[in-house]
Design a protein around this ligand. Structure first.
Ligand code: UDP
Ligand code: MG
Length: 313
């Protein structure tokens, strides 16, 4: 490589004291070998973002940064969550290339080399995609599959089996800065940037130490965040249900008129049963219409960029 680019590896860390030193060593070794092979610039570095940890995580980051010139750190004021920590690293650090990876290195750090090579080939975004899910338990596997299916159903464009292990070029990060939203769901936003992208595949490992910072409750709320930040589909449910209900109520009207005609009914039943279903349908339908407008307002208040320029002549 003629002019290797400066790489910043961004690593969010929340209560990761058990694993941090080991991960740092692995990443520094990797960084050095990439520098030796002239794939990245000599001033490349690793940045740990301490996301308001309550254990020794920040102290360890401080120590590590004194021991190694390759390690930097950012400390957030409190626990902002994984997505915000990641964004802080990407936005606050200067580099030509960024790779984000979890502190537990469950994602195979060795494919960072391949990501850099793909970037040399002209890709602004390189997604790390898990080829298999061998290490995950049944529950994690099933919920993950359901998650991607549901997202697709709701019209949210995501890369299947890709989480937050990815390479972004400098200009992709600059483009990301144009999305001012506070509800962050990065794996939904990055495809919206639209630069040329590709994927590299790897097998996810088990956590070396410590436990997951994403219990089921957090995972579900994250999925909900993704859907409600990217889709107004849930608001449309009322419209569709209301419409169906009105339709059903007319079938019911036919039935109740028939029942009335043959005298199977108490007096008053026919009109009552029809009006319950019909009014229910009309109400749902109206809520749905309000939802449609809410959806429009919701999209507007996000102030998402309407375009991102790829090239200028
Ligand atoms: N993390 C964070 N803030 C949080 C929760 C998690 O920065 O509030 C970090 C965590 O330190 C790790 C990454 O996000 O680097 C992913 O978390 P974890 O590995 O526990 O999730 P899992 O792999 O189990 O889904
Ligand atoms: Mg993990």
């Amino acid at each position: 490589m003629e002019n290797p680019k400066q790489l910043a590896i961004i690593v969010p860390a929340y209560n990761e004291e058990e694993i941090l030193k080991q991960s740092a060593k692995t990443l520094v070794d990797l960084l050095q070998s990439l520098i030796e092979d002239k794939l990245i610039a000599a001033n490349s570095y690793i940045c740990f973002v301490n996301d308001g940890s309550r254990d020794q995580t920040w102290q360890i980051i401080e120590e590590l940064s004194q021991e190694s010139k390759y390690i930097k750190g950012i400390k957030l004021a409190r626990n902002f969550g994984h997505q915000s920590a990641l964004l802080a690293g990407l936005f606050e650090m200067q580099a030509e290339l960024y790779v984000s990876i979890d502190a537990d290195l469950q994602d195979d750090e060795k494919v960072i080399r391949e990501m850099v090579l793909q970037n040399n080939g002209g890709f602004d975004v390189v997604y790390g995609v898990r080829a298999k899910r061998e290490v995950d338990g049944f529950l994690k596997r099933a919920t993950a599959l359901g998650f991607y299916k549901l997202m697709a159903l709701m019209g949210v464009q995501t890369v299947y089996n890709h989480a937050d292990f990815r390479l972004l070029s400098n200009r992709a990060v600059e483009a990301l800065k144009q999305f001012p939203e506070t509800n962050l769901f990065l794996r939904g936003l990055v495809p919206l940037i639209g630069f040329v992208s590709t994927s590299v595949f790897y097998n996810r490992k088990a956590r070396l130490a410590g436990e997951t910072k994403y219990p089921l409750r957090k995972m579900l709320s994250f999925a909900w965040e993704g859907i409600t930040s990217f889709s107004v589909q849930p608001l449309k449910i009322a419209t569709v249900m209301g419409f169906l209900m009105c339709f059903v109520s007319f079938i019911l009207l036919l039935y109740s008129l028939w029942a009335h005609y043959y005298g199977h009914t108490e007096s008053g039943w026919t009109s009552l049963i029809f009006s319950i279903y019909f009014l229910g349908g009309v109400q749902l339908f109206c809520i749905g219409i309000i939802g449609e407008y809410m959806g429009k307002v919701y999209k507007e208040v996000k102030h998402r960029p309407r375009f991102i320029i790829e090239k200028k002549l």
